[in-house]
Design a protein around this ligand. Structure first.
Ligand SMILES: Cc1cc2nc3c(=O)[nH]c(=O)nc-3n(C[C@H](O)[C@H](O)[C@H](O)COP(=O)(O)O)c2cc1C
Length: 170
């Protein structure tokens, strides 16, 4: 799949088959994330592959309602970045780089025929959720990527037309 097709046809999926993404494929996807642009080559991203014990800890932290939503996809990866609150410019750049890494993973998954979803559950902004995934204090979690086999076609959500978002300057 070429890059433009991948960008245009990737969709957010909330229903998955039960087969986890195999280790080799998952490593290939995370390795794609590593090639996202990052200023000063800080490599700010961290990828937390959620195993069964970590998933259980996260479910315990979020409570029964939130726990059910954590079972939607067979493979979960939390994306965090190493924060630098005392340097807001570097912090912003590293946040954006980690976002680019997360997107690269979504696109790579889509190109391989997998379903994926960028989710930002509130629990990962809270100490209990961060502790469940062993995310240290100096990092900020920006995504809980859901990955797994595709189960259904997704509707295509509207985007604002280019004319609404393009500003042509003299
Ligand atoms: C930073 C970020 C956070 C997101 N968090 C959530 C989320 O918590 N829950 C959710 O349903 N979708 C979340 N999404 C997915 C968007 O809702 C989705 O991309 C949007 O509806 C467009 O659909 P598409 O991805 O199929 O084009 C998030 C997307 C981004 C980029």
């Amino acid at each position: 799949m070429d890059v433009e097709t991948a960008i245009r046809t990737r969709r957010t999926h909330k229903a998955y088959g039960s087969e986890p993404v195999d280790r080799e494929t998952l490593d290939a996807l995370l390795d794609l994330g590593r090639w996202a642009p990052n200023h000063h080559l800080t490599n700010p991203w961290r990828f937390y592959v959620v195993g069964p014990a970590a998933l259980q800890r996260l479910k315990d932290a979020v409570g029964p309602e939130g726990a059910a939503k954590l079972d939607r996809a067979p493979t979960l990866v939390a994306v965090a970045y190493v924060a630098t609150p005392d340097d807001p410019v570097a912090d912003e750049e590293d946040l954006l780089a980690a976002g680019a890494a997360a997107y690269a993973i979504l696109l790579g998954a889509h190109a391989r025929g997998l379903a994926a979803y960028w989710r930002t559950p509130a629990i990962l902004r809270e100490p209990a959720g961060r502790a469940a995934l062993r995310i240290p204090d100096g990092e900020r979690c920006i995504a809980l990527l859901h990955l797994g086999p595709r189960r259904q076609e997704q509707r295509v959500p509207e985007r604002a037309p280019l004319s609404d978002v393009r500003i042509v300057l003299d």
